[in-house]
Ligand binder design. Structure first.
Ligand code: PLP
Length: 453
């Protein structure tokens, strides 16, 4: 495998972090790069190379990478066959605006082939500016144009990106606070976030009242919301703290949106391309959305590409309605088609399900620990919510200490959720059982070692 010799497959960290070379790069970054930079603040390393599930920093430390470029690296770092497909394409044609090309055609055919058969013939695809947020914007514009309506319903706890409109439908308040006058007409409803029920109910009294609230508001002539252009949802809220939606909730949202002819947009930027064990997470909820937003893992390699797949009855927008210069990344298309081929050949979706079960089994020991409020996940998207057993407040400092200790012992993890109190795991989808085991050992040690007294 590319780089394996230099990256290694066993995590090892020598000395304090950051090491001297990383420290020098971080200082340079601090001097010249924006204050809005984020990942290296809690993960203070400079990256040198990667191979599969491992990454090496400039000081020669090797880490298991369960951040995977924020879920981008479906097949890990530098999968040799995907790199070869992209490299070959680079020699042929790199950029193609939205002209048809063989690379794009293979990519489109590969993506369509992964859709459930009933949906495939109904869908069209639009190439967006190459980021999830741009594709969310495109989805909203599509639905507004097709319905002639202006309101949008979104869910508390959701994350849809950092563009103006994507941020407007995002639930995470801190990022929105400094940006006055976001996109108007967005209405937030509670999500089925059961570890902290937004309606304050317990498991016993829950009758998916969050869905009832939405149903009643949309149907009620006194509900205050003109019929929306779209309802936008994640099926597992990723940045919001790895919260898989309840099945009943999703099915009811689908039912009411269908009844009222409101396009349902599922944001599968993070859950898509196999992350949850099916190609798209909506398949596990037995629903058919009207619009699917996909990006992150589409190329398998971190080369940027973003699309919306949508019901062709919505395809009434005009030529040029959603343009963007960088919509023709041929290397990303070649890599993406190759990624789909490898996923099929190697039964990567089966691996996601098996490794997900393995993670669930290893993390089950945490369930009765006092500072662990909940362990939850779907496929290879897992979160451990840490909270004070005394007052239920998110245990932000504990989570940060776990992240730092895990890094020092060779595992890269991300935080998320309310006040960053959730430790998140996003391994590559082809991660091996051995690597999952090694990562769990490091994680469990960090949770034990850093536990507040
Ligand atoms: N939607 C979801 C569900 C995401 O998780 C993200 C990013 O994390 C986005 C949209 C935004 O994607 P991007 O950062 O590529 O704009």
């Amino acid at each position: 495998m590319i780089e394996t010799q230099t990256v290694g497959t066993v995590p090892h960290v020598a000395g304090e972090l950051p090491g001297p070379r990383s420290a020098e790069y971080l200082a340079h970054q601090g001097r010249w790069e924006s204050n809005a930079r984020v990942y290296p603040r809690n993960l203070p390393i400079a990256l040198a190379g990667g191979a599969g599930s491992h990454v090496r920093d400039l000081d020669g430390n090797v880490f298991i990478d369960f951040l995977s470029g924020a879920g981008v690296l479906a097949l890990g770092h530098n999968h040799p066959e995907v790199v070869a497909a992209a490299t070959e394409q680079l020699r042929r044609l790199t950029h193609g605006l939205d002209f048809p090309t063989p690379a794009k055609r293979a990519f489109v055919d590969a993506q369509l082939s992964m859709l459930p058969p009933g949906l495939r013939s109904r869908m069209k695809i639009h190439f967006c500016g190459p980021a999830g947020a741009n594709a969310v914007d495109a989805a909203l514009k599509l639905c507004k144009t097709a319905t002639g309506r202006g309101e949008v319903v979104s869910f508390q706890g959701g994350f849809h990106g950092a563009n103006h409109a994507a941020m407007a439908v995002t639930g995470l308040v801190a990022q929105k606070q400094p940006i006055a006058h976001g996109v108007p007409g967005v209405h937030f409803f509670p999500y089925s976030s059961c570890s902290r029920c937004p309606l304050g109910l317990t498991e016993d009294s829950c009758e998916t009242n969050c869905a009832v609230l939405l149903e009643r508001a949309l149907r009620d002539p006194l509900g205050g919301i003109p019929r929306p252009a779209a309802v936008v949802m994640e099926l597992v809220q990723g940045e919001g703290g790895v919260v898989p939606a309840r099945r009943e909730f999703v099915r009811r949202v689908r039912a009411v949106t269908r009844e009222l002819d409101i396009p349902l947009v599922v944001d599968e930027v993070q859950t898509g391309c196999g992350r949850t064990g099916t190609w798209f997470a909506f398949e596990q909820y037995d629903i058919e959305p009207d619009v699917v937003v996909a990006s992150k893992a589409l190329s398998g390699l971190g080369l940027p590409v973003a699309v919306i797949l949508y019901d062709r009855r919505l395809d009434v927008w005009a030529p040029g309605a959603h343009t963007g210069t960088f919509r023709g990344n041929q290397a990303a298309f070649a890599a993406g088609a190759e990624t789909v081929r490898i996923m099929r050949r190697d039964d990567v979706l089966g691996n996601v399900r098996r490794r997900g079960e393995q993670l669930g089994r290893r993390l089950a020991v945490l369930r009765d620990r006092p500072w662990v409020r909940e362990v939850r996940g779907l496929g290879l998207m897992w979160g451990i919510e840490l909270a004070s057993p005394h007052d239920g407040r998110p245990a932000t400092e504990y989570a940060r200490a776990v992240q730092a200790r895990a890094l020092r012992t060779g595992l890269i993890l991300e935080l998320g959720g309310r006040d960053n109190g959730v430790v998140r795991l996003l391994p590559p989808l082809n991660v091996t059982a051995e690597v999952v085991d090694a990562a769990c050992t490091i994680l469990l040690d960090a949770l034990e070692h850093c536990r507040p007294g």
